[in-house]
Design a protein around this ligand. Sequence first.
Ligand code: USQ
Length: 382
Amino acid sequence: MKVLVLGADGYLGWPTCMYLSARGHEIVGIDNYFRRNVLKELDSEPLAPVPDLHQRASLWEEHSGKKIHVHIDDITDYDFLLGVFRDFVPDAVVHYAEQPSAPYSMLNHDAAAFTVRNNLIGTLNITYAVREVNPACHIVKLGTMGEYGTPNIDIEEGWLEIEHKGRKDKFLFPRQASSLYHTTKIQDTDLLWFYVRTWGLRVTDLMQGPVYGVSTDESAADPRLVPIFNYDEIFGTVVNRFVVQAVAGYPLTVYGKGGQTRGYLNLRDTLQCVGLALESPSGKGELRVFNQVTETFSVNDLAERVQRVGRELGHNVEIREIENPRVEKEDHYYNPAYTGLLDLGLEPHYMTDDVVRELIQFVEGYKDRINRDAIFRGVKWR
Ligand code: USQ
């Protein structure tokens, strides 16, 4: 398959490029270096040094003999995106090219406006380019479990059948996000659903929870192939942050009561899920939704696990409840369904102590690069 990966430089984008390339797909990757640029502005470098995308593509070719073509440009520029579509004529597009950080979207007006513009215009441009060049192209969009929020009912896999005054219909499961970033992902879903109904596009929406981990089969060849790994407050996700905090001797930053429960998954499983979705595309005029998580934990569960494994490895790991900078429920019901990807063949890599130990050991190798000032700055939701 010819697969266009948007957001190819990111934490998920680069490992996805390698994973799909290793499986024989032809890959073109695009990235505008948004994350790299913001990290420099915020003085929050990734934990391990990351060669630029051209250099990583060359390294990958040296190790695998396979080419990944890359463009450093912006998909919100429609002429640019359309040009790539016309040259490459993709069979599928994997859409990671969103401003992915909830705290970034809550920083100030400029960051909020950037998030709305980038995420919505980017998604709109993809739909137009697909219709123009290859309407059969399968769009695999990374959504987020955060679109559903934390309702006091079970979360279904994308859809909900409602009976009202004796009549029934099926709707997208109700959405109520708790950051502007997550809200733009709801709006993306709505955009795509509209064009699925109107133009008959094929779309898979992968409602993903927070991802953790760093190693993949493909990055084992060379440490310079590991994904961009952030532990700062803006781009780091909670498990990766806790592991770095454990190694740095920085008390684990549990926000509020720590009862916030989410569905998590290992980076290796993100790759499997995207691969499975690509290999069995949704039908014409179908919006298919999968909840892309493998297990649920509260923040307290995660902190306790990282503390236990960190202490076994000789680290001084304390847990500190700090005033929650976000507006979110800290004690709530959470019961999402997530069987669709298992039915397609997903074989989960669960979060065992060994997995956490391996991640801590990776971080230990870069201990000298940890910038303690980047760990917590307290971006407040209000
Ligand atoms: N949290 C802490 N301490 C920290 C960091 C986070 O207690 O130091 C808590 C947060 O308050 C939240 C939970 O951990 O309740 C998860 O936070 P996170 O920063 O790992 O995840 P989030 O901001 O929700 O966003 C991340 C990705 C985003 C993706 C989302 C999936 O950055 O791109 O869409 O995970 S989900 O959370 O299911 O919406």
